[in-house]
Design a protein around this ligand. Structure first.
Ligand SMILES: Cc1ncc(C[n+]2csc(CCOP(=O)(O)OP(=O)(O)O)c2C)c(N)n1
Ligand code: SF4
Ligand SMILES: [Mg+2]
Length: 316
């Protein structure tokens, strides 16, 4: 993201303002972790979500971002409490509806980067359709799904990523529904950046967040984040400290190859970690900005009321 150091006022929907280069001579410093941390997180001790939050702070500090250039959006769930803990603009929105809310911000504020955090239930159950459409429209934002394979906030129901046989309050005899594969889902839906990481590998989480933020389009990260309360040990097989394996995406993987990415996504758990897929397609943001530029050209020199009148005259 090259605009993080600009102080140029940007009017909503004014693409010309967004193109203004950053003021490199600016003396204002970026935020420190201390400045960006709000309330103490209310998560259970040991929850994987702590690590994701700490790395988000690190990202903000490392990339020298300012309050007005960050916005943190979430739906509902333990993971979706995220924006409460960030001392910047953000919203804890409706369950499953974080993406449409974030889309509005992204499309009207090209000068900032929108981050969305949430859970597997929020993303793939109630928010499943929003996920598909935001991905296919390639709306610029970073969506980090903190996948714990369970509904944590509501105390252990089966989620769309819970594996077969998982015993929960909604499946007392073990889950019978086939789980979705978030990586396959994201690739198939048209996300232009698809990565996978795990909260137990901080350097890797930070690297994925940075790469996602720098991507001009809809960037999706599946971040395994253990719910120590309702699904303890779910990701041990992906954690070398617990005897598991952390396999990075092979060095020779061609991330521009959709089919290859899909194959990687099909590997048995713990699978691979890294960038599976990356494609530089035009964003909806860019397309809408162009439409707006053309429109502004057509009405050049006219006052607002004259433009309005022209529209009403045309509708007659
Ligand atoms: C419309 C609506 N339906 C259901 C709920 C109840 N509810 C709150 S969070 C949640 C699931 C959370 O699971 P997930 O998104 O995986 O987040 P986690 O708590 O695991 O981080 C549900 C079903 C709600 N708040 N709103
Ligand atoms: S219930 Fe699970 S997901 Fe929620 S805060 Fe506790 S450990 Fe984390
Ligand atoms: Mg969950």
């Amino acid at each position: 993201m090259s605009e993080t150091l600009t102080e140029t006022p940007v009017r909503a929907g004014n693409p010309a303002a967004a193109a203004t280069p950053p003021t490199a001579t600016e003396e204002r410093k970026g935020l420190t972790k201390k400045e960006i941390a709000a309330d103490h997180p209310t998560w259970c001790p040991g929850c994987g979500d702590f690590s994701v939050l700490a790395l988000y702070f690190k990202l903000i500090e490392k990339r020298k971002m300012w309050h007005e250039k960050i916005t943190t959006i979430a739906g509902i769930g333990c993971s979706s409490r995220f924006p409460y803990f960030v001392q910047a603009h953000g919203a804890h929105y409706i369950h499953g509806r974080a993406l449409p809310f974030a889309s509005g911000i992204s499309l009207s504020r090209p000068d900032l980067h929108v981050f969305v955090f949430g859970g597997d239930g929020d993303a793939f159950s109630i928010g499943g359709n929003h996920f598909t459409h935001t991905a296919r429209k390639n709306i610029k934002m970073t969506y980090c799904v903190m996948d714990n394979w369970v509904y944590g906030l509501t105390k252990k129901q089966t989620s769309p990523t819970s594996p077969l046989g998982f015993k929960s309050k909604t499946d007392q005899w073990g889950a019978v529904d086939y789980p979705i594969n978030p990586m396959k889902q994201a690739i198939a839906a048209g996300a232009t950046f698809v990565a996978r990481t795990t909260s137990t590998n901080p350097n890797h989480v930070l690297a994925m967040m940075e790469a996602a933020m720098d991507h001009d389009g809809f960037s999706f990260i599946e971040c395994l984040s253990e719910c120590v309360e309702f699904y303890e040990g779910a990701f041990d097989a992906a954690n070398p400290r617990k005897g598991g394996m952390f396999n990075e995406v092979p060095k020779n993987h061609d991330a521009s190859d959709e089919l290859e990415a899909y194959k990687l996504a099909g590997a048995d758990f713990p699978g691979y970690f890294g960038i599976f897929y990356k494609n530089n397609k035009a964003t909806k943001n860019a397309k809408e900005a162009e439409i707006q530029r053309n429109m502004m050209e057509k009405v050049k020199g006219l006052k607002d009321w004259q433009i309005l009148q022209k529209n009403f005259d045309r509708m007659k």
